[in-house]
Design a protein around this ligand. Sequence first.
Ligand code: FAD
Length: 492
Amino acid sequence: MTDKTFDIVIVGAGIVGATLARELSAYSLRVAVIDKASDIPSGASRANSAMIHAGYDDQPGTIKADFCPIGNRLYHELAAPLDFTLKECGSYVCGFDDDDRIHLEKLLEQGRANRVPGLEIISGETLRRREPYASGDITHALRAPTGAVINNFEAVLAFIDNAQQNGVELFLETELKDLLLSADGAEVVGVATNRGRLFAPVVVNAAGVYSDLVARMAGDDSFFIRPTRGEYYIMDKRIGSLVNSFFFACPTPKGKGITVAPTAENNLLIGPTSIVQPGRDDTSTTADGLAEVIDGARRLIPSIPLNMAITAFSGLRANPDTKDFIVNVLERPLGFVNAAGIKSPGFTSAPAIACHLVELMKDRLAKRISFIPDPTFIPERKHTPRFEMLSLEEKRRLAEADPRYAQIVCRCEMVTEGQIVEAITRGARTVAAVKIWTRAGAGRCQGGFCGPRVVDILARELGVSCEEITRHGGHSRYLVGKTKDYWFRGEN
Ligand SMILES: Cc1cc2nc3c(=O)[nH]c(=O)nc-3n(C[C@H](O)[C@H](O)[C@H](O)COP(=O)(O)OP(=O)(O)OC[C@H]3O[C@@H](n4cnc5c(N)ncnc54)[C@H](O)[C@@H]3O)c2cc1C
C-alpha cells in the first residue's frame, strides 16, 4: 500500500467502525477503514451475546442509556434494507425472591425513564405458560418485548459491505502503528500503519479493547481499558427451542450475568462469564469459566443438556474505568475522535453512536471536512443467498442458474459451493471469513467434514495453493505440506 489521502480514517472495523463508515458513506467524503485483522468482524463484535438490548439496564443520564434504545430502533429499521438476520424475540430478566422483585421494579422504572416501550413485570406462572422450560424457582420476570437477537457476523458485514458499495475503502491486515501529527502537535494529519501511511485530517479511534492505547497516541490518557473476558457454550440446534426469548437473571455488580438465549440461527447460546484479565488478545476458555456458564444457565433453564454443546468460545469486553462509552472530539490534537470503551450494550448502541458522531464532527470539525450529502448514496445491499432458508422453488431456481448452488459443501448448515464462491468474490479470503459470510463450518461438526472442501474452494478461486490458505490470516495455516514428504523426512 503506497501513501494515500483520505478525509477520514477509521481505526477498527468492529460494529462501531462499520456503522460509522456506512453513515459517512452517505456524504461525499473519502473514507478509509483500517483493521489489523484478516477478516471481520474480529474483536468483541465477533464474540458476544448478539442481543439487541431494549435499553432498561443503564442509568438515565448516561451515554449508554441515551444510545441503547435508539440503536435498538435503528437495527429494527435497517435489518431489511441491509439484509441481516434479526429476530424479534424479546427478553426476560428473572427474579428468584423479594430482593430480586425490588430490583426488577428498579429496572422497570429505569427503562421507562429511558423511553423503552412495552416493559412489564409478570409472574413466574405467566412466564412458564409462555416458556415451559423456565425454572420453577423464578417468581417474577421483567418482560422487554423490543429486545431482539441478531446475527452479529452478518450485521457487521452488512454495514461495511454497504459502506464499500458507497465508496469507503477497507484495508485489512493494516495495523495502526502511530498517529501522524502536525509539527506543533496541534492537529492530526494521518496514520502510520504496518503497510504505509494514510493521510487524513480526521482519525476516529474505534479500536475496541485497544482504544485506550490508540488514545495515548493522541496524548489522551483520560481513560483506560480493563479487558474483561466472557466465555460461552453454543448448543446444538436440536435444543434451540428450549427458550423463545433471551433469559437474564437479575444483574450483579459484575454485569448482566449468565444468559440463556436463542441465536438468530436457532442454536442455543449460554454465557457469558465476566473475568478481568491483563491480556488484550487472550480469548481462550477455561474449565472453571465454562462450569460457571453451565451453573448459571441451569439456574434459569434447569433441563439444558451439556452433551448438546457443540463448541465454546470467549470474547473480550473493552471495559473502561469511566464506566460509560467515551464518545468525543479532542480539542488537541484537532481531528482526533474517540469512539472508545464501547462495552455492552455497545453492539446495540453502535448505529446511534455513528449518527451522533457524524453530528459531532459536523459541528466541531467543519473547518477540516465538509459534509456534503452524496446524491448517489445507495442505502441498501443484499447478503449472499441463505440457501437453507429458501423455499424449494427458490433453491431450484438458484441451482438451475448456477449448478454450484446444487453442491452442498457444509452438510450441517446446508451451505452450497455457490454461496462460498460468492463470499470469496465479495472479499472472503480465509476459512473464518467463509464461515462468517456463509456459516460453512458453524454447525454440529464444526467444519470436520466441510473444512477441507472450503480450503480447496478458497485455493481454487484465489488461484493459490491449499498450503497458502489460512484459518484467520497470519500463521494460522491448515496445511504445511504433503504427509508423505514429512514421513520421508522423518525416515532420514
Ligand atoms: C462477552 C461479550 C458479550 C457482549 N454482549 C453484547 C450484547 O449482547 N449486546 C450488545 O449490545 N453488546 C454486547 N457486547 C458488547 C459489544 O460486543 C461491543 O460493545 C462491540 O462489539 C464493540 O464494538 P467495537 O467496534 O467498539 O470494538 P471491536 O468489535 O472490538 O472492534 C475493534 C476493532 O479494532 C481493531 N483494532 C484494534 N487495534 C487496532 C490497531 N492498532 N490497528 C488496526 N485495527 C485495530 C480490532 O482488530 C477490531 O476489529 C458484548 C461484548 C462481549 C465481549
